[in-house]
Design a protein around this ligand. Sequence first.
Ligand code: AMP
Ligand code: ZN
Length: 462
Amino acid sequence: MAPPLRLYDNYTRTLRLFEPLKAGGVGLYTCGPTVYDYQHIGNFRTFLFEDVLKRVLEWNGYKVVHVMNITDVGHLVSDADEGEDKMEKGSRRTGKSAWEIAKLYTEAFLADMRALNIEPPTYLPRATDHIPEQIAFIADIEKKGYAYRTSDGIYFDTSKQPDYGYLARLDKSGLEAGKRVDVGEKRHPTDFALWKFSAPGEKRQMEWDSPWGRGFPGWHIECSAMAQQYLGDYFDIHCGGEDHIPVHHTNEIAQTEARVGTRLANFWMHGYFLLEGDAKMAKSAGEFLRLKALTDRGYDPLAYRYLCLTAHYRSQLNFTWEALDGAATALDRLRRGFHALPDGGTPEARYLERFTAELNDDLNVPRALALAWELLRGDLVDLSVTKATLAAFDRVFGFGLPTWQPRQETVPEAIHALAAARSAARAARDWAEADRLRAELQAAGWEVEDRPDGYALKRRSA
Ligand code: AMP
Ligand code: ZN
């Protein structure tokens, strides 16, 4: 028997046994993209980690309800609730409306998700489709005495919560002491916006009426509200990138604790960053690598998936083209090796168990990959069993091994025409003409092979 699933929970900072809160089903919330620009490959490292987590849960027999939000309003340029809304800024940059860019970048995001073979979430709610729920959430927090008003919005008073910042182990007294002048009208440096007012005289593209005045919701409230709506007051796992620990997730927890008294999720898990040249890859830095930059250079998107799977999700990964090359070569070998094996076997129990043991050890995917290589190079006598076992592993890896086909050589029309004419000559027993056409094909670089059902064409090797 393989050991049960253990996952690292950042809230308790321990490796814990995972047991679903409700029998059989797992509620999973993962923070989605802010759609003011393309997602970069760093973002996709986090989405790939979450995809693998979901597949491991499924591997363990759980049905997963997965919610990923689309942040299409309210994420300000600075996490400290200052500056412009990223969507309105994106609109100025591109000359398109905020609604148009949300649509454009959501579609681009979904296309990249498909290219990386990331399973689609069960629900993909947009923040702008859930404004009433966010307003109701804020109204409740206000009733309970956690909110106050400044000239630019409604803020959450973090001093009302003795354990505010526990997830990030924030040193609140240190923060108070080092308080910089720019807290503005906020009472404490860690207080954050629940609702921001449209500036007087400003006509925002995205704004709504609320009990407090016209404006838009803060970024953190969107996740608290949608997570609660789709998954309930307390669900199994909440994920995001490591940057979400000190602010975004800390504030989601604060809001939910204020409203319903839970910490929202039983497990808090975070994907660690993809770095480029030891610097964090960030959209706000302007320059970043999209998946398209990789495919433009001829890489299969799944080579990037492979690269991400070679590192544990709780360690940072430095992106280099050499590493991507290595991943592309390895994936190609794995595919060809798999493809060359005979069909008809059933998975081997001992390997499945070892595989489960690696996954259940806080998703040790690098070791699970090493096991796949051991299997492929392997000791099993019946190669169809090797193939069936690798196909089972692929339910977690997501490389699409069973459906992969070696690339077919595309044969030009003129070559087909010559080969067809040669077949016709043979059928008419005109051997001289058939030989002449074969020579013509060879001169053009093609070899023709006769088959019972016609012919096959192959490029002549040099
Ligand atoms: P955003 O679109 O900025 O809201 O980010 C989407 C997701 O990507 C979040 O879970 C972030 O924490 C995560 N993320 C942002 N930058 C990186 C990076 N360089 N490496 C890995 N994950 C990242
Ligand atoms: Zn979120």
